[in-house]
Design a binder for this molecule. Structure first.
Ligand SMILES: *Cc1c(COP(=O)(O)O)cnc(C)c1O
Length: 403
């Protein structure tokens, strides 16, 4: 080791730097080998210098790795980078987005607690609450995302947690996160935000007053559809519980996936800017097409919450949903006529995807439940990727021609 390295060149000095610098550099603890990119540590356990060292590390008296279900240097680098980007005191990585949500609820709620969930959350999130958490006595009610009065009215004396996804999928509804955080705190409850659709590049819920934030890193944080993972971030005092649950229950992130997500974060902002720019062009263009009845995109001035989206987010995201003239058959014809875009329900990928929510992501709901969720048979969802926007427009024009 050189003098310079001993003087602190192992890590970057990141005091007061901006988001993009953090995205590229936060969390890296360079080894004495001097690797420029982050190292991957594929090891399940760690050796100790002496028996006394082992005892001290197990007792937590000396910091250091013990076992990769607890900590792993590559995973820790990802956790520190995400914490820096979300403005969180601490973050912990998980094996998927769903295990991030599971860990958050298992850590913060007990049987008998009441949870308020926004109505239009991810399908597996609803199944998690309905099929499993209810079995352990967690009470759940659903609230229309945007309606602050409905949130206030839905509280019970035992309401512990509010859980929202903003913007919602696929209709791009928003909630005023700062206002909802005030409501939650005035009643002694916590606000949790699934920030998967915006990522910290477009929205930082903790800075708006939320208590805890979760991601499916599988989506934009990876950004190229390669790996599953998730993360929970928030104040250290809440995260202590989440970390404890994850270390015990075990849905932790592999170092390989953590490394992919580290690389994903380095390009997150420029990717999100490109995703948003193409989405805006396509949404504006779709809105002018006679075959399209309605476009749901918060970047359009016609969106009822356009002003809130501008204030709360630094970009409008990359999910553009629209209703075509006609019913299910017309929507299916539109989808089948595309030649470049992938027919799949995934999102947050360089590759643009197209899906029919009524028969896929929302297919298990009853017609009445679908109607109350606003999912009509003529609705199509496009998650805009990074291809040339002229090619995407030409592909959607094939869909329009097939109507
Ligand atoms: C995909 C997704 C999840 C679940 O994440 P996985 O990584 O698939 O487990 C949770 N919330 C939202 C909003 C998602 O899009």
């Amino acid at each position: 080791m050189t003098e310079e390295w001993q003087a602190g060149r192992l890590d970057s000095d990141l005091d007061g730097v901006g988001f993009d610098t953090l995205a590229v550099r936060a969390g890296q603890h360079r080894s004495p080998e001097g690797e420029h990119s982050e190292a991957i540590y594929p090891t399940s356990s760690y050796v100790f210098r002496t028996a006394a060292d082992a005892a001290a590390r197990f007792a937590g008296e000396v910091p250091g790795n013990v076992y990769s279900r607890y900590t792993n240097p590559t995973v820790r680098a990802f956790e520190e980078r995400i914490a820096a980007l979300e403005g969180a005191e601490q973050a912990v990585a998980t094996s998927s987005g769903m295990s991030a949500i599971l860990a958050m609820v298992m850590s913060l709620c007990s049987g008998g607690d009441h949870v308020l969930v926004s109505r239009s959350v991810f399908g597996s999130t609803i199944s998690l609450f309905e099929k499993y958490l209810k079995r352990f006595g967690v009470q759940v009610d659903y609230v229309p995302l945007a309606d602050l009065q409905a949130w206030s009215a839905a509280f019970k004396p035992n309401t512990k947690l509010l859980f929202v996804e903003s913007p919602s999928n696929p209709l791009a509804e928003l909630v005023d996160i700062a206002a909802l955080a005030d409501i939650a705190h005035s009643k002694g409850a916590l606000l949790a935000v699934d920030n998967c659709f915006c990522t910290p590049a477009l929205q930082q819920p903790l800075k708006l007053g939320a208590d805890i934030v979760m991601h499916s890193a599988t989506k934009y944080i990876d950004g190229q559809g390669r790996s599953m993972g998730g993360v929970v971030a928030g104040k250290a005092e809440l995260m202590k519980e989440v970390v404890g649950f994850l270390r015990t229950a075990g849905p932790t992130l592999s170092p390989f996936n953590a490394w992919i997500f580290l690389k994903g974060l380095e390009t997150l902002r420029v990717r999100m800017q490109a995703h948003c720019a193409s989405s805006q062009i396509l949404a504006e263009w779709l809105e002018q097409q006679p075959g399209i009845e309605h476009v749901y995109y918060s970047g359009l001035p016609s969106h009822p919450q356009h002003a809130l989206a501008k204030r709360q987010q630094s970009g409008f995201g990359a999910v553009v949903s629209f209703e075509v003239r006609g019913g299910k058959d017309a929507a299916w014809r539109f989808i089948d006529a595309t030649r470049v875009i992938s027919i799949t329900t995934n999102l947050g990928d360089t590759k643009t995807t197209i899906a029919h929510p009524a028969t896929t992501s929302h297919g298990r709901l009853s017609p009445a439940e679908r109607a109350s969720a606003g999912i009509r048979d003529n609705l199509i969802r496009v998650a805009v990727g990074l291809e040339d926007v002229v090619d995407l427009k030409a592909d959607l024009a094939r869909g329009l021609a097939a109507l």
